[in-house]
Design a protein around this ligand. Structure first.
Ligand SMILES: Nc1ncnc2c1ncn2[C@@H]1O[C@H](COP(=O)(O)OP(=O)(O)OP(=O)(O)O)[C@@H](O)[C@H]1O
Ligand SMILES: [Mg+2]
Length: 418
């Protein structure tokens, strides 16, 4: 404990010195810090600086003379709270805590003390200073960490909002195209209808013109209908993007059998293809989660493998694996031995509206929805391992029981499949 190294004689001398020359020590310390702290100079009035040095004096006096660190600790708390905004450097704080030692040093010069007593006092001051520096570094680092965590949460929130904004703009853009075509086709139909009505009223309607009209009208109606259907599909998949986070549908179940059931319901998707599914499921794994999320994820991943991974000539295999990861987590992997993803595709696969099938039914929302389901509904993480010609493996790791607080989530893409 600082102060305890002082001999009784030196302790008496130091106490006497501190009490008799308090004002002079505080003044000298204030002079020193004013000259030192370039970042504060001119900004803080001298009286205010002196008040801080005065509080510091009390803190050190209690520490050195009474062996009591409580005033010092309270002062450390006070100064670090003021500054835990990452705007101040810790060196500034440390320099602040040095001014008591500097103040005493300056006054010692004018005191008639023998060299040994002087040395003893200086040593005690050094020890007290180092002890304070360690305490302060710990407290300050803990506070900075708190500030960082808060900032990170805010940034993540902001990022989510920005992503949502982008999504809304994307949806508007995507829906605009089919709606535009539908409107054009419908107004074409109306114009042709008006022409037909005019011909009819003027008694000029020919059989041939009626035949042309019927053909054009059928085309226009088909175009309108097809594009409206496309728009409503987009709206439907967009609705899935906003994953339902209410835990009403959460229940405890054995994952293996549930996955088998889901895959059985998908049979029509691949029955008439040369492709096959291979299963390696640990049937003992139980989890408490929303099973709807699991089946939606599986549906999207199987659909993707079937429509993107294989060319027509190929007979592909989709392997679905479920395994335990430690005590608390499970890994669900859907892997195909198809064409694999280019680095660009792998990087962008979770982006809303990223698709290589625009114009032939792809909305590019599938993997975005999967990502949201994994991170939001299941509190897990998702990773895609793939390289051109080496197939694609989507690995999902989820907790077997819901996290007590808000679940953390992240996504990453990484190296080629093994
Ligand atoms: N198993 C896979 N093999 C090869 N490419 C894939 C695979 N899965 C996804 N992709 C690529 O990633 C893109 C994005 O997939 P995503 O599921 O998000 O959209 P999509 O399937 O094109 O459209 P949607 O799922 O909305 O109908 C696909 O267009 C495809 O290029
Ligand atoms: Mg898809």
């Amino acid at each position: 404990m600082p102060g305890s190294t002082l001999t009784p004689a030196a302790l008496d001398r130091l106490r006497e010195l501190l009490d008799r020359r308090r004002a002079a020590i505080v003044d000298a310390g204030t002079d020193w810090i004013t000259a030192q702290s370039l970042d504060l100079q001119g900004r803080r009035p001298r009286a205010e600086t002196r008040m801080l040095v005065d509080r510091e004096f009390d803190a050190y006096r209690a520490l050195l003379i009474d062996g009591d660190p409580t005033i010092r600790d309270a002062f450390v708390e006070f100064t670090t709270t003021l500054r835990a905004t990452a705007e101040f450097r810790i060196s500034t704080l440390l320099r602040g805590f040095l001014c008591f030692r500097r103040g005493v040093e300056a006054i010692l010069e004018s005191e008639a003390l023998d060299a040994e007593a002087r040395l003893e006092i200086i040593r005690a001051l050094d020890e007290a200073y180092f002890d304070t520096a360690f305490v302060m570094a710990d407290v300050y680092a803990a506070k900075l960490l708190e500030v960082l965590q808060r900032t990170q949460e805010q940034l993540m929130q902001r990022e989510k909002l920005a992503a949502l904004g982008g999504l809304v703009a994307g949806v508007a853009h995507e829906i605009n195209t089919p709606m535009g075509v539908a409107v054009t086709a419908a107004s074409l139909l109306r114009d042709r209808l008006r022409g037909l009505a005019a011909d009819f009223e003027g008694g000029q309607l020919r059989k041939r013109a009626l035949g042309d009209f019927l053909r054009d009208a059928d085309e226009a109606a088909a175009l309108t209908l097809g594009n409206l259907e496309r728009a409503s599909e987009l709206v439907a998949s967009f609705k899935q993007v906003a994953v339902d986070q209410s835990h009403a549908s959460r229940r405890r179940l054995r994952l293996g059998p549930y996955i088998r059931e889901t895959l059985a319901s998908l049979t029509p998707l691949y029955k008439r293809t040369p492709h096959r599914l291979a299963l390696a499921l640990d049937d003992a794994i139980e989890a408490e989660l929303d099973p709807g999320a699991i089946s939606q994820i599986l549906t999207n991943l199987i659909q993707n493998a079937l429509s993107h991974a294989f060319d027509d000539a190929q007979a592909g295999t989709i392997t679905i694996t479920l395994a335990r990861v430690g005590d608390q987590r499970a890994a669900l992997t859907v892997a195909d031995d198809g064409r694999g993803l280019s680095p660009e595709e792998r990087r962008r696969i979770f982006e809303p509206f990223f698709t290589t099938r625009r114009g032939s039914g792809g909305s590019g929302l599938g993997m975005h929805i999967v990502h949201n389901l994994v991170s939001e509904a299941l509190g897990g993480v998702i990773r895609v391992d793939s390289a051109p010609g080496e197939g694609t493996a989507v690995r999902i790791e989820i907790p077997l029981a819901p996290a007590p607080a808000s679940a953390s989530a992240s996504a990453s893409t990484s190296g080629p499949a093994a």
